[in-house]
Ligand binder design. Structure first.
Ligand code: AMP
Ligand code: ZN
Ligand code: ZN
Length: 451
């Protein structure tokens, strides 16, 4: 969204401000911040114009990366998203393909690093690493050793002198690049963090999260962030509990949309121009206990440890049981396909990282009524709901993407693109050089960024 400056400074002041703003904004390629010019229209009611010669602040655009966890692009068609739909219509939108596995932590880390999970190391929501014995990765693990393989955009920005602030994002509470002492109090040394960050707590309401972002932007220029993340979990939670087609999920969609409205209003109140990049980590498929594959009927539990189960499962064979596990898994199964990690189809870009267990099984994302789920044992009670983690090219796994702001051409729909393109886009918006060794580039956005 764009908020026009309302002050009418004299020409020299404008030139000075434009130069300052250009410096503040870096040399963004291909996007360059618009030249500032005196605005001739009258000030809106209630807004006082500064006296001639008084300092006028024309704010540099802030880049705000918003994740609405589990938001499918077709949630925009439910008639409950006036704010998101307006931003989409006035900006750039298109379906985004997550990376495999279509889970929360792997994809949030891809979005901010530009690398696929196989390369950035957050290969799942729950991980074992032979190189980190005695530790297991869960979504609460903030030991940098799990995260250090790929640099997130806020670290790149901070190193370039761009102040950042994170209102939640997986990994944003990690002292990135640092080393955590083995002994209590486990001090982390040598780390770079966002200048402002928050420890994840799902009890903080969506409205409180938006208010925190607006408060950061209310600060004087010297301590105001130029890159911000904002994360909402409510839509994913409802999608899991009730399934993607339930009215209660639609209600959660409406609730987050209202908070996007509050964000836009707050920015307008501060006259703060913003490049908003609003997206999801993955979609959501309808699941049912009636569509379960029970692993213990295929592999005896003593033969393998099930590391993860759900839309996909990973298994670690017990010593000496590798051949038996291979024989059991690698034959055809209804509604499920299994591979050795080295034979996972290349389009998944998954299977070289030592953190990935030796066998991967993937449930069908389409069946009569919805997707299938792999469980350790058959469910004891009936349930319906939603889940994600399927083939990243599955239609139901597509993720929301909307970009809106002074950097973007208005009213553009783009075709399906991979989420490894987002980090290169953010680098463009922040004026950072194109990264090296990334798994994607900004090609999907070249025609929709203003030059
Ligand atoms: P998933 O199991 O893939 O659906 O993960 C979604 C859940 O991840 C959300 O419901 C949150 O509770 C949790 N989550 C999201 N961000 C964080 C975070 N930064 N730290 C810990 N947990 C998180
Ligand atoms: Zn998620
Ligand atoms: Zn989820």
């Amino acid at each position: 969204m764009t908020v026009k400056p309302i002050a009418s400074p004299g020409a020299p002041a404008v030139a000075l401000l434009a130069a300052t703003l250009a410096l503040l904004s870096g040399c963004a390629y291909p996007y360059r911040p618009p030249a500032l010019s005196p605005v001739t229209q009258p000030a809106p009611a209630g807004v006082s114009l500064p006296r001639a010669g008084a300092p006028v602040e024309l704010r540099a655009p802030v880049t705000i990366l918003v994740s609405i966890d589990g938001f499918r692009p077709d949630y925009l068609d439910r008639g409950v998203t006036p704010h998101l739909s307006r931003l989409a219509a006035g900006g750039v939108t298109g379906p985004m393909r997550p990376s495999f596995p279509s889970k929360t932590f792997p994809n949030h880390w891809t979005i901010v690093t530009g690398k696929v999970p196989d390369h950035h190391g957050i290969t799942a929501n729950n991980i074992d690493d032979p190189a980190l014995p005695g530790d297991a990765f869960t979504m609460a693990n903030d030991d940098p050793a799990w995260w250090n393989a790929a640099e997130p955009i806020w670290v790149t920005a901070e190193k370039a002198g761009i102040r950042t602030a994170t209102m939640f994002w997986p990994g944003s509470n990690v002292g990135w690049g640092g080393t955590r002492a083995k002994e209590w109090p486990h001090v982390v040394t040598g780390a770079t963090r966002p200048s402002d960050w928050q420890q994840f707590n799902e009890d903080l309401t969506s409205a409180q999260r938006v208010a925190a972002v607006i408060d950061w932007l209310r600060r004087p220029a010297a301590t105001r962030p130029r890159f911000v993340t904002l994360y909402f979990d409510a839509v994913d939670t409802a999608g899991h509990q009730f399934g993607p087609y339930d009215p209660r999920t639609t209600q959660a969609v409406a609730g987050v949309d209202a908070q996007i409205g509050a964000l836009v209003t707050g920015l307008a109140g501060l006259e703060q121009p913003a490049n908003l990049v609003i997206l999801a980590d993955h979609g959501m498929a309808a699941t049912s206990s009636a569509r379960t594959i029970a692993l213990d009927t295929i592999v005896p539990p003593a033969d393998a440890r099930v590391v993860e189960a759900g839309p996909y499962a990973t298994l670690e064979p017990a010593p000496g049981r590798e051949a038996a596990v291979a024989a059991a898994l690698l034959r055809p199964h209804p509604h499920m396909t299994c591979w050795r990690k080295a034979h996972i189809p290349t389009r998944f870009r998954y299977g070289t990282n030592p953190r990935i267990p030796p066998f991967l099984c993937l449930a069908d994302d389409r069946g009569t009524g919805g997707a299938w789920v792999i469980a350790k044992t058959a469910p004891t009670r009936p349930s319906i709901g939603g889940n994600h983690g399927y083939d990243n090219d599955a239609a139901d796994m597509r993720a929301l993407f909307i970009a809106n702001g002074p950097a973007f051409v208005a009213g553009r729909r783009i075709g399906t693109f991979d989420n490894v393109a987002v980090a290169p886009l953010l680098r463009d918006l922040l004026g950072l050089p194109a990264g090296t060794g990334l798994d994607g580039d900004d090609g999907a956005f070249r025609d929709v960024l203003k030059r």
